[in-house]
Design a protein around this ligand. Sequence first.
Ligand code: FAD
Ligand code: SIN
Length: 516
Amino acid sequence: MSYYDYIIVGSGIAGLYSALLAKEVGSVLVLTKGSIEECNTRYAQGGIAAPIGKNDSAELHFQDTIAAGDGLCNPEAVRILVDEAPERIADLIKFGVPFDTLDGEIALTKEAAHSVPRIIHAGGDATGEHIEVTLSQQVRMSSIEVLEYCLATQILIDNDKVRGIRALDCRTGLVTEYECRFIILATGGAGRLFKYTTNSEVATGDGIALAFQAAAEVTDMEFFQFHPTALRLPGVPPFLISEAVRGEGGILRNVEGYHFMPDYIPEADLAPRDIVARSILHEMIKTGSDRVFLDVTHISPRLITTRFPHIYRFCLDHGLDITKGLVPVAPAAHYFMGGVKVNSWGETNIAGLFAAGETACTGVHGANRLASNSLLEVVVFSKRIIERSREIEKVIPSSRTTEVEHHSLSQREVSHNAPRLNLPNLQSLLWDKVGIVRSGEGLDEAADTLAAWQSSLPQPIDRPSYELNNMIFNARLMTEAALLRQESRGAHFRTDFPESLPNWQKHTIFKATGAT
Ligand code: FAD
Ligand code: SIN
């Protein structure tokens, strides 16, 4: 049986960056279910937020992050995020990430709800690709063992401590157990739950489902962020049109050509994401259209083609020159604020189990993530995971001592009228009933259908069937958390409870009962 100090599940920025730090401390195995570069990270466009500009400060970044989080950020975690940001950006530069510069300094752009330009980017709008390629090259050149096409299917626990992981080789069908001291779950988000999504195929919430099944706490599952502007063209995937495009002056118009955002909020096109997404939806309903338009025709074509070469090229390849014509857009599922509950050292409630990146919930995003804070969160908290694991013999293991209220998945009467379970039906259900605008009635209906689907699931045998299982787990947790939260806050909006309520300024936490 193979034994490692660290087993890291996932090869996006969280997995690769953690692996590169962990190899300085011990032996490392990275498991990833596709090729090393298949992940959400490589599609990141806007960039990484960091308070390094002349008119910026950690305090200002702290305030913007807290304001976007709508009362649910963990201030201690946000303080860590903004204070440790400059050093972590320096680490990425040392690894070789070629951030864009202007007049010899790192170039900064603006995104919604940031009070100053503070977004660092690479290759214009290809930040994620540059990060992923740089880190994966570093990993390949190192002593780190990487198993591609290897799907983690179970966290193995002994005496309340991590023992290892069970994994399926997707190419041979062989199941193997790997033992270790520490597991870092870096499995990314769950955006594939929704019909319209900017996320890649890997985003099926596996880490959250595995952690939940191992009795780890998961939290804030009702908070899923919808990006306001994904391309909406028939037969074309909802490719992201970065918020930085609005940061550079792009404006939203409805199908009648009207610039509507100033009617909704003074910050207009650069208001927080949840507000822009809901305003777009409202405008789409009002005008009876499935889209609005992003207008950049007033911006210099040179700026557009040099700042956003990928977006420009992608649209051109689909017959649209964005310097000349309006870009059809609509909201799409984008980022999971909820996830595996971790403390400020990335530790879960299970000794030896850490979570990093989008699969974790550190509390920095609260009810609504500030744009470009997620890549930053990954590097700041991954570094802290490795620091903590070095010290682990000297500190008390992680099990939390504070009393928290846990919820478990509710027992529901199994409905026999549920539609047939398949991926498109699941994605439509989530989009329609657990999407940008929710209601108690719709959530209840979704919860019943999901419970019926879960009870009919056969034993998984391959990657698609494991992923479907995991998605149903995530969908159930999301729906039940959304039902519990009888208010509206951040990205969670309910028509039957449209206001934020002071007694709901708290987190939902789910933990499986009787899980081993
Ligand atoms: P990922 O990069 O998604 O990596 C997850 C990895 O886990 C993958 O390698 C996957 O194959 C593997 N995996 C999953 N399940 C298993 C399993 N069961 N077994 C083995 N391996 C598994 N954020 C910003 O801060 N700035 C941006 O500009 C930005 N732009 C974005 C643009 C797009 C289009 C999208 C989709 C997201 C964007 N985000 C942005 C969000 C950000 O990119 C992600 O939150 C971040 O990259 C997540 O990194 P990660 O390492 O946690 O997950
Ligand atoms: C974008 O470029 O609009 C995405 C930024 C993010 O999700 O943080």
